[in-house]
Write a protein that binds this ligand. Structure first.
Ligand SMILES: Nc1ncnc2c1ncn2[C@@H]1O[C@H](COP(=O)(O)OP(=O)(O)OP(=O)(O)O)[C@@H](O)[C@H]1O
Length: 314
């Protein structure tokens, strides 16, 4: 059994307000094994940041237990915090100093060796740009410098909360490569995101949450592998085909050149359409990806659960 770097058991966070109590994190069991990049996925407002803030001692849990490297936190946070790097909020760098100078000052303030600065800059791909002022950096470079800052203490666990928020595709790719690199160097990375493609490309395992509840967790390959799949169907007239499929309990949605039918039973599609006198011209299995798993899980969850308790908070 591999060591768990992050573990929560029945973790709960309630926010009390005038309109009642909102349960942001709902008895969440999270298990992040050592090594590799672990995706922490959920739609906006599903409780990712709140969970991370509790793990880092920035917010108090209402209930449940948390462990980092096997140590109960927040009680033993001081014993493990040096092994953890985190980018949760935008770090405060001085805009007029260069990126390198910013890092050097930070590194001295935490007693890290100066050599760590060059190494951190290299890891995030900012070598060569370290003499430029921070204010001249692109958003992606600023985000990479923030990651570099967390690397100064050579952490074994890196927690990144939505690190590509607001970045353009090139910036997203750069951060993705940095994260992949870190995972390959043996750092355990918890990558919180609602961008599925990014997670699928770098993560070995993932936890999906919705409305503060655990929906699925495991290796990305396993998450993609199980359950229903979908087929692309082309027919001359999608309207009657959609109605015939719906009557047989098959959900069909229009896509580029036909219909996407959610099912793992292609024979049912051909039979249903055939019985309605509709002849399909092609039927192609659609490869399942993390996005479809995510949408299935989070859509059902949104429809199926209420997050609020108490006197009427929505
Ligand atoms: N300080 C707070 N007071 C009251 N409610 C809060 C507070 N912080 C978060 N929430 C609520 O808790 C829920 C979870 O929010 P959280 O920020 O953890 O979600 P998230 O998954 O990180 O979302 P995003 O992807 O948008 O960052 C939301 O309904 C949010 O409005």
């Amino acid at each position: 059994m591999s060591e768990l770097v992050i573990e929560t058991i029945g973790l709960r966070k309630e926010f009390r307000g005038r309109r009642g109590t909102r349960v942001a994190v709902h008895d969440l069991d999270l298990a992040v094994p050592a090594g590799g990049v672990h995706g922490f996925l959920g739609p906006n407002g599903s409780g990712k940041t709140t969970t991370i803030r509790m793990l880092l001692g920035l917010a108090r849990a209402t209930g449940g237990q948390m462990r980092l490297f096997g140590q109960v936190v927040p009680a033993h946070l001081p014993a493990v915090i040096d092994r953890v790097g985190a980018v949760v909020e935008s770090p405060k760098f001085s805009p007029h100093l260069t990126g390198g100078r910013n890092l050097l000052l930070l590194s001295r303030s935490i007693g890290a060796p100066d050599t760590q600065v060059d190494q951190a800059l290299e890891t995030v791909g900012l070598t060569g740009r370290d003499r430029d002022r921070y204010k001249s950096y692109s958003l992606g470079m600023k985000q990479r410098l923030a990651i570099a800052a967390t690397l100064l203490k050579d952490p074994q666990l890196l927690i990144l909360d939505e690190p590509t928020n607001g970045l353009d595709p090139a910036g997203i790719r750069e951060i993705r490569e940095t994260i992949r690199d870190l995972g390959e160097r043996g750092v355990t990375v918890l990558l919180s995101s609602h961008i599925l493609a990014e997670v699928q490309q770098v993560c070995t395992s993932a936890t999906i949450i919705g409305n503060g509840r655990l929906l699925a967790s495991g290796r990305v390959d396993d998450l993609i592998g199980g359950g229903a799949t979908a087929y692309a169907v082309t027919v001359a007239d999608p309207g009657p085909a959609t109605r015939a499929l719906a009557a047989a309990g098959l959900a069909a949605t229009p896509v580029d050149e036909g219909l996407r039918v959610e099912t793992d039973d292609p024979a049912l599609v051909t039979r249903t359409l055939g019985e309605a006198g509709i002849w399909l011209t092609s039927l192609t299995p659609l490869r399942r990806d993390l996005e479809s798993v995510f949408l299935e899980l989070t859509t059902t969850d949104t429809l199926g659960h209420q997050t609020a308790t108490g006197d009427g908070a929505a």
